[in-house]
Structure formats: structure tokens, C-alpha cells
Design a protein. Structure first.
Length: 416
């Protein structure tokens, strides 16, 4: 049994110092006093996940880092209050479970499943204003997608609604597991973006190599490409957490920065504590990733290498939809596996935006979606997701890549 203690003086001080650092992508609340009250109320609300579940995930991620398992992470780009329905969330869980089934069977490795779910309600954005000059939509936890100035004003009460929605979703995830609809564990994750939400539910976990902050808001948390500044609040916050941590690394990441993330986030060399999620784009992965993998490996760290083949391959279609082409997604994954095969490292997992709904948001796949099909069911609140058919096609492609990398690894005397 993992005991979580109230925040003590030392860790409370380190948390306060972390949160004083510059924090990118934070909203300016309409009523800061109300925001403080909401953070306090969230602290009194029940946790979404238990420390025992998070500890079990950490053990499974250690197996991924050792090359004994594969990590499948996926779900909506942005959860929304409107789509937090049983049908939608179950559809997403079923899709993830089916993808895992294909991977486990063909690749012959246990698959650790993490849903982007039960808290994925805040989005980082490239711009601060949209095409109409309104503040951008930053996820249902912050404001509304509706295009009016009032709806786009950040409202702290939305954090309470997001937390309540996450609790309901987590109950559904547990029920999904119990019902036998899936054979194994399924964990939840979200981007640790909105610091007022993230700091609201922290206790002290003393079971690790040093006392750390246990977040009750998700099993696995990741820091995004837009908030991974080494002198910023997000990395300083993540450094204090007991939960396993991901860091998205885009094409501007240097090998030195990658080594520094690992040094800061995994000072005790715990296998699988850190997942480096490369999202380089299909055209750059073969060039940018190798020196990063080489330098991090040479530093002696045991990270999980995970590929997000979505975020580096986004573009605007001729008819004005933010989309991604299935072919480029598979090409980035192929490049990721090539790099790891060449370097003798374990291609540990994938991180994808998928839904069980029959949406038309990404191009290609089978049956193929063409640009003219995009308007039919383009439903995402932010970035384009693979639909269930495309997701299964991707699972088959990745299963082949994993199986091939295992054969090559065994031929070269490595045990994956
Ligand atoms: O999901 C990731 C980001 O939030 C998203 O790609 C940002 O999108 P934008 O470039 O339209 O702001
Ligand atoms: C924002 C995301 O990705 P990235 O930080 O890699 O752009 C995301 O995964 O939702």
C-alpha cells in the first residue's frame, strides 16, 4: 500500500519555487480570486487515480524501458464536456484495446495501455488570437470553443467541471476493465499544462528514492512541446512528481537539451520514469532523432523512446482543414523504428490521437479519406484524430515494425 502524506514544508517550498518560474501557455483568469478558491476546492475533491495504480504503471513502464514491453498511448486530442459521454469514451477505450490486441499478438510483447483521457481538457496553442481576433480556444478546462468574446474568456470554474468529468470517466475506465471488455490494465494520462489544475491535488509519496509529489489527477503526465523550457515552471514542476513523466521533443530539440531533461527528471536512473516522446515530423525524424538517442543512451539513462507521429505532420488542406496524412504518419513511425534499429535501442512505444468515432479528420488510410471527405465528420475540438478504421490500419503497420525490430534485435544478439 502506497501511503501519501500531506505536503510538508520542504516539498511545499520547492513546489512554490517551481511555480514562480515563467510558465508558458497559462490563461489570464477573469477573476483570479475565484481561481484561488477553485484550486482550494479541487484540493478537497477526491483524487482521480490511486497511488497503487500509478505505482503499478511505473513498474510496467520499467519493463518497457528494458525492452520487455511496448507502450501504446492514445485518445482524443482534446476531451470536451459535450463528448464526455459513455458511448464516446467507451468507443475510444475499445479502439485502444483493439490496437493493443493487434500489437501484442503480432509483436509478441506485452502492451502497456495509457489513454489520453480523464483530464485531457487543456490545450496549448500556437497563437493567442484566432482568425476573428478572438482569444483562442484553450480547451474546455479553460474556455469555450464558441466564437464569442464572452465564451473565450478563461473561466476558473471550468476546472471544477473538468475534474468532475475526469472522475466520471475514470469510473468508466475502471468499469471497462472489470467488465472484461479488455484483458489488462488501462491507465489515464493528460498533458500537465494548466498549472492551477495540476497543483491542486498533490500529496507526498515517500516510497521512491526521495520524497516526491504524487499527483492524484492522472497516472501519467506529460510536458508538451510548447512548455518544455528548461528554465520554466513546467519542467520544474515535473521534476518534483512521483508519477511517470513524458516530455514531447520536437525537431528543435538538441541532444544536450534531451540529456538535461533526463538528468533533471530522472536523477536516480529509474528505468521508465521518463518517456521521451519524439514528434519530429516524417521528413526530419531520420536526421534529428539519432544524435539525441545516441547522447541520451551514452549518458547511461534508461528512458522510454516513444514516437508521436501526429504532431509533426499537421498541415492545412487546400479546403481549409487542419489535417494529417496517414502516409506521413506511417513514414514517421517507420523512420523512428529505423533509427532505433540502427542504434540498437528499443523503440518503446507510440503516442497517437485516435477515436472510436467514425470521424473524417485525417487523410488516407483504408478506406481512404480524401480532402473532399474532411467536412463530412470533422468533429475534433483541436487537432485531427485517426478514426477507428485508420487506427486499426496503423496498429497493423506498427505491429509489423515491432516484429521486424525484434527479429533484427535477436539476430544482432540483443534481447528485446
Ligand atoms: O494538440 C496540440 C496543440 O494543442 C495543437 O497542435 C495546437 O494547435 P494550433 O497550432 O492550431 O494552435
Ligand atoms: C499538444 C500536444 O502535443 P505537442 O506538445 O507535441 O504539440 C498534444 O499531444 O496534445
Amino acid at each position: 500500500m502506497t501511503h501519501i502524506h500531506p505536503l510538508d514544508g520542504v516539498l511545499a517550498g520547492r513546489l512554490a519555487a517551481a511555480l514562480r518560474k515563467p510558465a508558458a501557455q497559462q490563461p489570464l483568469w477573469r477573476d483570479p480570486r475565484r481561481a484561488r478558491d477553485v484550486v482550494a476546492a479541487l484540493g478537497r475533491a477526491g483524487p482521480i487515480v490511486t497511488p497503487e495504480e500509478t505505482a503499478r504503471l511505473s513498474r510496467q513502464l520499467a519493463a518497457v524501458a528494458r525492452g520487455e514491453a511496448f507502450l501504446l498511448q492514445g485518445g482524443d486530442c482534446a476531451e470536451t464536456f459535450a463528448d464526455n459521454t459513455e458511448a464516446h469514451q467507451r468507443g475510444n477505450l475499445r479502439t485502444l484495446a483493439r490496437m493493443a490486441g493487434v500489437l501484442a499478438q503480432r509483436a509478441g510483447l506485452p502492451v502497456v495501455k495509457i489513454a489520453r483521457m480523464a483530464g485531457q481538457y487543456a490545450k496549448p496553442r500556437s497563437q493567442t488570437v484566432d482568425a476573428h481576433g478572438l482569444p483562442v480556444y484553450r480547451g474546455d478546462m479553460v474556455n469555450s470553443a464558441e466564437a464569442t468574446a464572452a465564451a473565450r474568456t478563461p473561466d476558473p470554474d471550468r476546472m471544477l467541471r473538468a475534474h468532475a468529468g475526469a472522475a466520471e470517466t475514470m469510473a468508466l475506465v475502471r468499469e471497462f476493465r472489470r467488465s472484461g471488455a479488455d484483458e489488462g490494465d488501462i491507465y489515464v494520462s493528460h498533458e500537465a499544462l494548466l498549472l492551477d489544475y495540476e497543483r491542486s491535488q498533490l500529496g507526498v509519496d515517500t516510497t521512491g528514492p526521495e520524497p516526491r509529489l504524487a499527483s492524484g489527477l492522472g497516472h501519467f503526465l506529460w510536458i508538451g512541446e510548447r512548455t518544455r523550457q528548461l528554465d520554466g515552471a513546467h519542467i520544474a514542476f515535473a521534476e518534483l512528481l512521483a508519477n511517470p513523466i513524458g516530455v514531447k521533443i520536437g525537431p528543435s530539440t538538441t541532444p544536450e537539451q534531451a540529456v538535461e531533461y533526463v538528468r533533471r527528471l530522472d536523477p536516480h536512473g529509474e528505468p521508465g520514469r521518463v518517456t521521451l516522446v519524439s514528434r519530429m515530423g516524417h521528413a526530419l525524424v531520420r536526421e534529428v532523432l539519432p544524435p539525441i538517442v545516441e547522447k541520451v543512451t551514452a549518458s547511461g539513462s534508461s528512458v522510454i523512446w516513444q514516437c508521436d507521429p501526429m504532431h509533426g505532420n499537421t498541415y492545412l488542406s487546400a479546403n481549409g482543414y487542419k489535417t494529417r496524412h496517414f502516409r506521413r504518419i506511417v513514414d514517421e513511425l517507420t523512420g523512428f523504428f529505423e533509427v532505433h534499429r540502427q542504434l540498437g535501442t528499443h523503440p518503446g512505444g507510440i503516442h497517437v490521437e485516435v477515436t472510436g468515432d467514425d470521424v473524417t479528420e485525417c487523410l488516407g488510410g483504408a478506406p481512404a479519406i480524401a480532402e473532399a471527405d474532411l467536412p463530412a465528420r470533422y468533429e475534433t475540438a483541436c487537432d485531427p484524430r485517426l478514426n477507428a478504421g485508420q487506427a486499426m490500419g496503423l496498429a497493423h503497420s506498427v505491429a509489423e515494425l515491432v516484429a521486424r525490430s525484434r527479429t533484427t534485435g535477436l539476430r544482432n544478439g540483443r534481447s528485446l
